[in-house]
Ligand binder design. Structure first.
Ligand code: ATP
Ligand code: MG
Length: 311
């Protein structure tokens, strides 16, 4: 942990300025700026194709930066990829465990890529397998593990070099709620040990629980940035009333509601600071069903990126 001790407490761990990635004529990342403070969890949210993985891959030196600046630990990624990798843990979007090796061998082989081995690393493997609750499966091959176990193994593998920065591309996609909660617990523990986390996710609950700061990206650009609470306060009203019903009744309500409205098929989303009058109206309209809830990050996300499908 020597380098972290030298790093100034308020110096960002990651800094991007006008960061751009061009694939031929297509600009996947379009001049984005962000800073990630040490010990914080920084999240990237965005629809499919927004440019999240591409940004992470540039940070890890896995794909070249087309233009702009990207520094990690104060080092430019273009010139210091190996040093940055040695101080970073990576959990890619798709698990890429070696199917021919057992759980513990996957960790040992990965350690050897960093020139790490010997009794100290054997002990670290034991500790990491306990950390991700895989001690009893240490002799199993990855194919014999569930998706959640494979994800936990990938997380353990990313920690083998005791990284200061951990980069996670959709750490819990496709996992059941139990597995997701276990991983959230582990990531929270890493943060409490002072590690900096950089993650992407499609789960708003994950972002709200883990992230100190977030950006919402679309088409390679940052649309909004802030803490989950700030984003909700700045971009949507406090309350949402979701109303379901037939077209005519819904249209009539829409005209009278006095709310900011978003419609998807037979559902009307009424955004307001003052929900009481609409709730009063709805009590007498038995043809309509409604749910009243506080606005959340998903409402911000949908407002900024739209409700149309992305492919
Ligand atoms: N190697 C590549 N060559 C050409 N285009 C690419 C390449 N990698 C990514 N892209 C394009 O760049 C855009 C951004 O992709 P990226 O994988 O960064 O999106 P993402 O935000 O991670 O999406 P998802 O949520 O689906 O993982 C997409 O349009 C994608 O098709
Ligand atoms: Mg991605």
């Amino acid at each position: 942990m020597q380098p972290a001790a030298i790093q100034q407490a308020d110096t960002p761990i990651v800094t991007a300025r006008k960061l751009t990635k061009q694939f031929g004529s297509y600009r996947a990342v379009d001049g984005i700026d962000f800073d990630i403070a040490p010990g914080k969890c920084f999240g990237f949210l965005g629809p499919n194709g927004a440019g999240k993985t591409t940004t992470l891959r540039m940070a890890m030196g896995l794909t070249p930066v087309s233009s702009g600046e990207l520094t990690i630990f104060g080092l430019a990624v273009q010139r210091h990829a190996a040093e940055i990798r040695a101080r970073t843990g990576i959990i890619p979007q798709a698990d890429n465990l070696d199917p021919d090796f057992s759980v513990e061998e996957n960790l040992a082989v990965y350690a050897s890529f960093f020139g790490l081995g010997g009794p100290e690393i054997d002990a670290r493997i034991d500790t990491l397998l306990d950390f991700v609750a895989l001690g009893e499966r240490r002799k199993a091959k990855p194919d014999a593990l569930s998706g959640g176990m494979q994800r936990r193994l990938t997380i353990a593998r990313a920690l083998i070099n005791e990284p200061e920065l951990v980069v996670l591309d959709e750490p819990t996609t496709g996992l059941d709620p139990q597995a997701r909660h276990v991983i959230w617990g582990r990531l929270t523990e890493l943060k409490s040990r002072g590690k900096t986390l950089l993650l992407t996710t499609h789960y708003m609950e994950e972002a709200e629980r883990l992230c100190d700061e977030l950006v919402i990206m679309d088409h390679g650009r940052i649309l909004a940035q802030g803490s989950p609470r700030d984003l909700i306060e700045q971009h949507v009203e406090t309350d949402v009333i979701e109303v379901r019903g037939e077209g005519d009744t819904l249209r009539e309500l829409a005209r009278q509601s006095g709310c900011r409205l978003e419609q998807m098929g037979n559902s009307l989303y009424c955004y307001t600071q003052n929900p009481a009058p609409l709730i009063e109206q709805l009590k007498d309209r038995h043809a309509l069903r409604f749910v009243h809830r506080p606005a959340g990050l998903e409402d911000v996300f949908l407002r900024l990126t739209g409700r149309e499908l992305r492919d």
